[in-house]
Write a protein that binds this ligand. Structure first.
Ligand code: N01
Length: 514
């Protein structure tokens, strides 16, 4: 939406294709119960328009999905965006025509359009994934993926519900479903670390203060590592006494939210520091969950804390104290098939009325490669990225002139507050397009050498951290056969922004202009 607004401002004619029937992207699709952002409301909003940020009133500390969707609708109305968006339309193919220097874009509705610039805003977590469980289609009851939730809601009253998956989506949905359903059976493959949200109504004083100080707060977010305001402590967890460390973890746990990971500067890079934070969360799980066996099953031990996206919950662990909730460890007792009446694991049958797939996404590359994109010389993006994505700055991939990828692989994207990263990319792309037009440059493309160097850098920085130690979607590990490549850039949004600005100031260094 912001890209459309900026391109209009440059006087370009713009056509947006959107699969959904409305705006909002991830917040349009993810209507599952309990869906809520884990970035605080005052930080999860556009900064590009003073009046917009002053007039919108957030009602909770962490915004719920319906509230963010209302915000997205408000933005669309306020800037009159809908007239250039064609809803209910999926882009199927895009091919670069070298003779004309134009992209030919095709949709599933039969549109064929020619465009000088093609900008992808397909998101990082939009290609929903349901694992190929044998027999899935034979199930007699309804089944839903969290990221494709029915618009009129789902009533769980009196139902036995299976939830498969315990990532951020499952962890948010399970407590709400358990509050309504007759019984919930959770199928867990990997336990995750989760910290409490401690969500609450927005304090008017805080909202007023943030709005009065927005210019400064936004600047701090842009210069920060993750695009957030949280207090990040740079000292080592190993430098302080056990008492002091526990106090710090307790304070952050009581505050709630992902800034728990900011307690010490070396949690993401030092295995010993990481284990101290991880063990603190495990101690909380033991404190909350009544049954010691269940508490142990819920305790992550196979990956460092933060190496998979940390979850933020409301009453997740306590949900397992309810008599109507059962936890099945599918590592020990794998799902063998879905039957007409439920889920059959190696050890037995679990009859249910409904299945909720909280099984995640083909992240980052999935949405891009879902379109058949061909560049110069008929080069296919799918072929080019067979061994993993290759980009320069996460913004372009060599051989695909004038194709920009907002929050593409190789940029901070999913490791940051997405709104901050989206705005940064949109501003950079708009600046680039304006610059090209002023100079009558027809095309910009990544230089393959700059791309090689950036791809190596993205990988090198990731190797310096504990991230590669987890089988996460950051690495494509959740999709069978996907190459194991760490896709987002872990160097931080502040440093990354400076790099992008420098490249532009140097006349788009590392790009080929023609
Ligand atoms: O997806 P996930 P998600 N058999 O991939 C399991 C963002 N988000 O939708 O870990 C059994 O994290 C899988 O198990 P394992 C956020 O960035 C944000 O929950 O692969 N289980 C895992 O438990 C997040 O990280 C918010 O072993 C299978 C689960 O399914 C990202 O979206 C809220 C399986 C998938 O977890 C994705 O989160 C929601 C199989 N064959 C999402 N295949 C907030 O802002 C997969 N699983 C709060």
């Amino acid at each position: 939406m912001y890209m459309l607004h900026r391109l209009r401002g440059l006087g370009l004619s713009v056509r947006v294709f959107e699969t959904g029937d409305g705006v909002g992207g991830t917040w349009y699709w993810n209507r599952y119960p309990g869906a809520r952002c884990d970035v605080q409301s005052m930080e999860y909003s556009y900064s590009f328009d003073d009046r917009l940020e002053q007039e919108w009133e957030w009602t909770e500390r962490f915004p719920s999905q319906p509230e963010i969707l209302r915000y997205a609708d408000h933005v669309a109305d306020r800037f009159d965006l809908r007239r250039d968006i064609q809803f209910g339309t999926r882009v199927t193919r895009a091919a670069y025509d070298e003779a004309t220097g134009l992209w030919r874009v095709e949709t599933d509705r039969g549109d064929v359009v020619a465009a000088r610039y093609l900008i992808s805003a397909v998101g990082c977590l939009s290609a929903a994934r349901v694992p190929a469980f044998p027999g899935a289609e034979s199930f007699r009851g309804p089944s839903f993926h969290t990221g494709r939730w029915p618009h009129d809601g789902v009533d769980f009253s009196g139902l036995r519900v299976a939830v498969i998956g315990t990532g951020s989506s499952g962890i948010q949905a399970i407590p709400v479903i358990a509050g309504q359903a007759e019984h919930v059976t959770v199928f867990q493959r990997t336990p995750n670390y989760s910290v409490p949200a401690h969500n609450r109504p927005m304090e008017p004083e805080y909202q007023g203060w943030a709005k009065a100080n927005y210019p400064d707060l936004r600047r701090r977010m842009r210069e920060s590592h993750a695009g957030l305001l949280g207090e990040f402590n740079s000292t080592s967890a190993l430098e302080v006494s056990d008492e002091e460390r526990t106090r710090e973890f307790e304070t952050r746990w009581a505050k709630g939210g992902i800034s728990f990971l900011g307690a010490y500067g070396d949690i993401a890079v030092n295995p010993r520091a990481n284990e101290l934070a991880a063990e603190f969360v495990r101690s909380k799980i033991r404190e909350i969950v009544g049954d010691p066996g269940t508490a142990e099953l819920l305790s992550p031990r196979d990956h460092p804390i933060g190496s998979k996206r940390i979850c933020v919950d409301t009453g997740y662990y306590a949900t397992y104290n309810r008599p109507n909730v059962t936890l099945v460890d599918v590592r020990a007792d794998p799902i063998e098939e879905i039957t007409p009446t439920g889920v059959r694991t190696a050890a037995g049958r679990h009859d249910v009325d409904m299945i909720v797939y909280a099984t995640g996404y083909d992240a980052m590359t999935g949405p891009l490669l879902g379109m058949d994109i061909t560049g110069k010389g008929g080069l296919s993006l799918r072929r080019k990225w067979e061994a993993g994505p290759r980009t320069y700055l996460g913004l372009m991939s060599a051989g695909f002139p004038n194709l920009f990828t907002i929050t593409g692989p190789g940029s901070p994207s999913v490791l940051s507050n997405m709104i901050v990263s989206i705005e940064q990319h949109v501003d950079w792309i708009a600046g680039c397009v304006a610059w090209l037009r002023e100079r009558d440059v027809a095309a910009i493309d990544a230089d393959p050498l700059a791309e090689d160097a950036w791809t190596a850098h993205v990988n090198e920085v990731a190797q310096f951290t504990l991230y590669p130690q987890a089988d996460s979607w950051y690495l494509g590990a959740n999709v069978p056969g996907k190459p194991r490549v760490f896709m987002p850039y872990v160097g931080g949004v502040g440093a990354y922004r400076l790099k992008c600005e420098q490249v532009a100031a140097d006349g788009y260094e590392g790009f080929v202009l023609s």
